[in-house]
Ligand binder design. Sequence first.
Ligand SMILES: [Zn+2]
Length: 252
Amino acid sequence: MNEDMEKLISLQKLDSELAGFDQAIARCEADTVKRKQAIQAEQEKLAALKVKIELLTQKQQENQTEHEGANARMKESQNRMLLVQTSREHQALLKEIEDSKKLAKTTEERALQFIEQLEQLGRDAEELAGRCENEAAELAGAQQRNAKEIKRLNAAKKGIDGERAAYAKDVPQELMKRYDKLMLKREGLAVVAVKDSVCTGCHMTLPPQQVNEVIKGDKLNICPTCQRILYYETPAEDEAATPELEEAPLAE
Ligand SMILES: [Zn+2]
């Protein structure tokens, strides 16, 4: 295989490794963002719940006032009953008492519902607040872990950057240009192996003549479908068989 090709294969391996590190860094960053968003969503829910509790408490107080008013009116009507003289007045007062009684009963029932609803909302709010607190504590830990991991990944990347530069500087400029262009156009995969006559970049079968040229490897071979740079990779069965061959006694 020609030397430039070997360098390109090494470059591709390093670039794929770098891309892997970048993805891992992105995952760490996304994890922190996701946790923050989840906490924010729950805090917003909690705030909405508190507003609901406040409104309901206000309604509860209004209901209480209405209830006390009905009771007071009922007592007042009952007192006035002692002083009525006509049956018309009597009838009117009876109706007033009946209405006040009805309202007192309705507001009393409502009061029970308010208590129940407020108790439930209170429990919900408490649970949500607890969850927010736990998640905030978890976020702090995760942020530390992620920051540490990102630092480690960046350090590993730096090591590879140096190695990569050493290979890149020896590759002819034209070839390097082609490589960089392919890296951009082909999702970070510019140099690919040919396995079982198939381009592992686009999975198309190559003409036998081209496979032979790739095996020879003395010139630049380009996949006719995806334009990636091709090299030959020994099939896996042969690789597995190699040690056995080496163990076989050699006639000298
Ligand atoms: Zn291809």
